[in-house]
Design a protein around this ligand. Structure first.
Ligand code: NAD
Length: 495
């Protein structure tokens, strides 16, 4: 049970200057330069981050390479690796509140969500992949009697991971945990505006007994240290979550360097489709509102396009607006808050601009659309519902990554499918219908990596998350994620 007094005791804790975490210790940037860490809660600087240079990144990659080659982790007994990662999960759980509050000061996610979806979920992820270490086997191929065909899974070597500012612990753990479980070394580049909690996780990994050099973190600008990581000849696999624009660059960097494998988890413009035969329209409205507005819409799978069947449009939109207006937006460290801050001022300004653009293209602002709580100095925006949105409008095509819902009416199933599939993205979708056959048809016709039926946004660690089309090619979570971190190696033995 979260306790407001405990949260308040942490909210102003001094953070101090943060170095990179390299070779088991905190080190300053070679340039001596730092980046300000601004809290979206009040717009004030509360920490400094090492502004990494390409040389810092090269040093971290070299440390990871040394650690991999000498086998201090890659060749450690699986039972030992499992013990260390389980200990790490325990330590994350021990410090869950501290990690959650630190992360919130960085990125503005509200505490109830951050505690569970960030800190506790990261602990659960480390536990899940730790448990997999001694349960996932290679294979023996069904060859002729005089031959033995073996399929091994060998660690790839050095993994580079680049992660975004929304849910850094959760998404970070989705990559760090399977990479380490598979026996690799890792260099992590967190987002400039959400590095603090991940730096702490690296320290906790050391405390848990992870050998020096196996898990390094280099902070700083994406275009500097992220690029250096992606261009490194010593990185074997690059895993990324972030925007399509950056994903595109990473593929170029891989092509320009060592053709490293790149797994990209990118953005979305996910359609949430409500048929008039949905089993419970009131529930559909409630869940759909949460499915776009939670975490101020800064969720990759957010149901940001609401497609509603024409005959229920007015009533359904009215219901959605009631939910939107009822959300308590404010201080993310207040337990009563339901929606925290937008993560940065540029993001808030971009969100507001999308509303202006939508209106200029003929959409109607039904509720929200403004910055609020400006007196706090923080970055807060009303949940916003835009109606009369055409499928070709900017707001229906581009990812806002803010609390803005675009509503479009459809006539029938074929119309819904056509509109749903009419963007470059294919991350998530939702379908609300009581018709089982229709639900199955939608599952097969909607081009998305994830589809929810009669709910929106639910998931757990056992199911993979990834997109199709320009939402990317990688999958996090589940045992399938381990495939990214191993090389399949076969042996053909003449008996
Ligand atoms: P972003 O692409 O701007 O940044 C992501 C990371 O890439 C950051 O660490 C950044 O520093 C780094 N980066 C930026 N430029 C770089 C470069 N030139 N070379 C190497 N690294 C570079 O994305 P963001 O704004 O941090 O995150 C939001 C995006 O992430 C949204 O599009 C969202 O949909 C997506 N996202 C996707 C998923 C998913 O699972 N598919 C999950 C969460 C977020």
């Amino acid at each position: 049970m979260l306790d407001q007094t405990a949260i308040d005791a942490l909210r102003h804790e001094t953070v101090g200057d943060q170095g990179h975490f390299c070779d088991g210790k905190s080190v300053a940037s070679k340039s001596g330069e730092t980046l300000d860490v601004i809290s979206p809660i009040d717009g004030k600087r509360f920490a400094n981050l090492a502004a990494g240079t390409p040389e810092d990144m090269d040093e971290a990659v070299a440390s990871a390479r040394r650690a991999f080659e000498d086998g201090r982790w890659s060749k450690a007994a699986p039972s030992h690796r499992k013990k260390v990662l389980l200990r790490l999960a325990d330590l994350i759980e021990r410090d869950a509140l501290k990690l959650a509050v630190l992360g919130i000061r960085d990125n503005g996610t509200e505490i109830n969500m951050a505690y569970k979806a960030e800190a506790l979920s990261a602990a659960a992820t480390f536990r899940y992949y730790a448990e997999a270490i001694d349960k996932v086997y290679g294979q023996i191929a069904p060859t002729a009697e005089n031959v033995l065909g073996l399929v091994h899974h060998a660690p790839v070597g050095v993994v580079g991971a680049i992660v975004p500012w929304n849910f850094p612990l959760m998404i970070g753990a989705w990559k760090i945990a399977p990479a380490l479980a598979a026996g690799n070394s890792l260099v992590l580049k967190p987002a400039e505006s959400a590095s603090l909690s991940l730096l702490k996780v690296a320290e906790l990994a050391s405390e848990a007994g992870l050998p020096d050099g196996v898990f390094n973190v280099v902070t700083g600008a994406g275009a500097v240290v992220g690029e250096a990581l992606a261009l490194s000849m010593e990185v074997d696999v690059l895993v990324f979550t972030g925007s399509g624009a950056t994903g595109r660059r990473l593929l170029n960097y891989a092509a320009a360097s060592n053709l490293k494998r790149c797994y990209l988890e990118l953005g979305g413009k996910s359609p949430n489709i409500v048929f008039s035969d949905a089993p419970d329209l009131a529930q559909a409205a409630k869940v759909s509102a949460a499915g776009i507005f939670r975490n101020s819409g800064q969720v990759c799978v957010a149901g940001s396009r609401l497609l509603v069947q024409e005959d229920i449009l007015d009533d359904f939109v009215a219901e959605i607006c009631l939910h939107a207006e009822a959300f308590r937006v404010g201080d993310p460290l207040d337990l009563n808050t339901q929606i925290g801050a937008v993560h940065s001022l540029p993001q808030l300004e971009a969100d507001l601009q999308f509303v202006v653009t939508a209106e200029s293209e003929g959409a109607e602002r039904r509720t929200g659309g403004s910055r609020i709580l400006q007196e706090t100095g923080g970055y807060y925006m009303q949940p916003t519902v835009m109606t009369n949105v055409k499928p070709t409008d900017t707001i229906a095509q581009q990812e806002v990554f803010g609390p803005v819902l675009a509503v479009t009416a459809f006539q029938d199933e074929a119309d819904a499918i056509r509109i749903a599939n009419s963007t470059q993205y294919g991350l998530a979708a939702g379908v609300w219908t009581a018709n089982l056959s229709r639900a199955h048809r939608m599952i097969s016709e909607i081009r998305s990596g994830v589809i929810h039926v009669n709910t929106y946004g639910g998931s757990d660690l056992t199911v993979p998350l990834g997109g199709v089309k320009q939402s990317g090619n990688g999958h996090d979570k589940s045992l399938h994620a381990l495939d990214k971190y191993v090389d399949m190696k076969t042996a053909w033995i003449q008996l």
